[in-house]
Every structure is written in C-alpha cells, then in structure tokens.
Design a protein around this ligand. Sequence first.
Ligand code: SAM
Length: 222
Amino acid sequence: MSDITPDNPRHVPVLLERTVELLAPALAGTDRVLVDATLGLGGHAEAFLERFPELVLVGLDRDPEALRLSAERLARFGDRVRLVHTVYDGIRGALDGLGIARVAGILFDLGVSSMQLDETDRGFAYSRDAPLDMRMDPGSPLTAARILADYDEAALRRIFTQYGEERLASRYARRIVERRVAAPSRPPRNSSRCSSRPPPPPCSASAPGTPRSACSRRCASR
Ligand SMILES: C[S@@+](CC[C@H](N)C(=O)[O-])C[C@H]1O[C@@H](n2cnc3c(N)ncnc32)[C@H](O)[C@@H]1O
C-alpha cells in the first residue's frame, strides 16, 4: 500500500527550476495552456501552477494511480487543472475532448516515477522479490512476466538490444528461454536470476559510454 500523500509526494522532480525557466517565456500572459504529458506525482505541474497564476494545466498519464495522487495534490488549483488518463500519443484526442485548440507548451518528463519503483506490487523494483509486472497502466493486459513467458528468443533479444541497449542481450534472451524449458511452471519474478556467470562490472563513472538504461535494466534481465 502506498504511503505517498499530497503532503509527502516522495517523487522529487529533477531540473525543476531549469524546466520552469525554459518554459517561462511561453507561459507568461493570459489564456495559456501547458500540457504535462507525463504528469506523474504532479511536482512539475504544481510548480508551474504556482508560478503562473493564470495558467491552465492539462495533465496526462497512463498510470491511474499517478493521476489519482496528482488530483489530490493539485486540487487547490480548481478548474485550472484538467487531468486525462491516456498515453502521451493521445495528446490530440485529450485536447479535443477538453475543447482546447491551442497550447503554449508541452512538457515530457520521460521515465518511471519513484512511486512506480517503490511500490513492490508494481513489479518494477529489482531489489524486491515480487511478480515481474512492470505495467505503467495496471489496466493494460501485457505484463513483463507474460513477455518473458511467451516471447521467442529473437523477440526478447530485440527488446533488450533496442530498448535496453543491453550488450548481453543475446545471452540473456537465450538463458530466459532455456530456463523456461527447464522450469515451465515457474513464473518469472524480479529476483529471478537467469545467469550463473559473474555479473558484468557495475556501471559507474569509470565505465564511460555505458548507456544509463543498460545500467538500470541489467539486473532485471540477468
Ligand atoms: C518521471 S515521471 C514524471 C514525474 C513528474 N514530472 C513529477 O514531477 O512528478 C514519468 C511519468 O510518465 C508516465 N508515463 C510513462 N510513459 C507514458 C506514456 N507513454 N504516456 C503517458 N504517461 C507515461 C509514468 O506513468 C510516470 O508517471
């Protein structure tokens, strides 16, 4: 159960001041609409609403729990806040639905939120033993566990290579399929290990050129 509340949002937005500074020229004035396409826990949104008292903010997120918590956090801004449950590809549809024809800016703060990482049940945290879920929208049918259970080796390799920039993609894809054959009834969990080989060296400042996404996802696929 989440201990996040509007007073204890726990996700601290990065580059908040710089983001406000960069968008400020577009937002000063009347009739300005800002789309926060990845609302999360509403940290950026709150700062913009405070800084620009006439601003209307449209907040989108695919995670209904993020929208619920942000709605509480931003309630004091009344009808200056409009929240829509959608992926950011759905910006146009969301704006059409709200009758908004023109916006002054769009903010994308891409990635996962701390809330998604911290909640064990969401299955994002590699450090905790939990079903491998990883859905940003728990209403969508496809879990990470399903992918590991169903996708063939080539498809897994492509995911690790393309989205994870993982140099050990082939090894991990092969081990996952081998493990599936050896233990077909054991659903994958976050703590599962597919490799008995020593892990690759940790990512650090001493490993220049290692993509950040590879650092963060390596444990999940090992
Ligand atoms: C880094 S967090 C945003 C944090 C936010 N700026 C704040 O201050 O709290 C990223 C958010 O984007 C959402 N998200 C990820 N992919 C998305 C997509 N395709 N469409 C809409 N939201 C998405 C996640 O659910 C998450 O809540």
